[in-house]
Design a protein around this ligand. Sequence first.
Ligand SMILES: Nc1ncnc2c1ncn2[C@@H]1O[C@H](COP(=O)(O)OP(=O)(O)OP(=O)(O)O)[C@@H](O)[C@H]1O
Ligand SMILES: [Mg+2]
Length: 283
Amino acid sequence: MRFEGSSDYVATPDLMLAVNAAITLQRPLLIKGEPGTGKTMLAETVAGALGVPLLQWHIKSTTKAQQGLYEYDAVSRLRDSQLGGEHGGRVHDIGNYIVRGVLWQAFTAEAPTVILIDEIDKADIEFPNDLLRELDRMEFYVYETRELVRARHRPIVFITSNNEKELPDAFLRRCFFHYIKFPDKETMQRIVDVHFPGLKQTLIREALEVFFDLRDIPGLKKKPSTSELLDWLKLLVAEDIPPEALHAKDGKGAIPPLHGALLKNEQDVHLFERLLFMARQNR
Ligand SMILES: Nc1ncnc2c1ncn2[C@@H]1O[C@H](COP(=O)(O)OP(=O)(O)OP(=O)(O)O)[C@@H](O)[C@H]1O
Ligand SMILES: [Mg+2]
């Protein structure tokens, strides 16, 4: 199985290399990068391109590793035992109350699957360590039913992180790592073309210029990302804003229209306004 890219996702050669390296090594691919640089979408794209099902596991601060394997639903069992009758019959087989998690589903699937463990850094620090053995050996033991669940096909595993927490060394050793660099202008142009085919090139050029200038402002609290640029372009199109309006006429800088799609806090808006004011004064 090889990933050769897809028509609705712009994958740079080094990203494709990383995906294929992880597939060859049969190790999880750990993906980092600024928010909105396509980490989550990568797993969806690879699953689509390889034609295999995608099983997604979105991690929250309360998620436990065990939930990816299975959970024992003791509450339902207790309720059934109290109801008796038809429900009472189920109670004796504890297997009826085992809820299969994403890894179990992937391990027992008929064909290979792609697993996405999204935003692993949201969970507590024990979470990655608790999954080491399962991801390495691709098997786990179900104590309640005394069965060993072993992968029929090794799934392709994608793990994303926004760097909110460090991951343990033992976990990192088992992964192939790739950092999605923020797209350069040319790559960004390709991403925009994928999302807005046929959009006026003058508008894209102006918008990209404003966007990259904005990202270059030193001291910005939150730089706008790919997905924010796409939102902004969508609004510019919907509001029918002409390219000239992005840079105010006769060089008088003005804050770009609909900047709420790009700048997400008041400090950044003030900083930008101050810079524009200073630029006007120096003219
Ligand atoms: N390389 C790309 N090709 C096409 N679209 C992209 C690309 N990168 C980002 N996008 C667009 O940006 C959006 C955000 O991407 P995605 O949700 O995968 O980012 P993320 O890195 O997972 O962000 P977060 O860290 O916030 O979860 C996607 O829905 C897609 O529209
Ligand atoms: Mg994501």
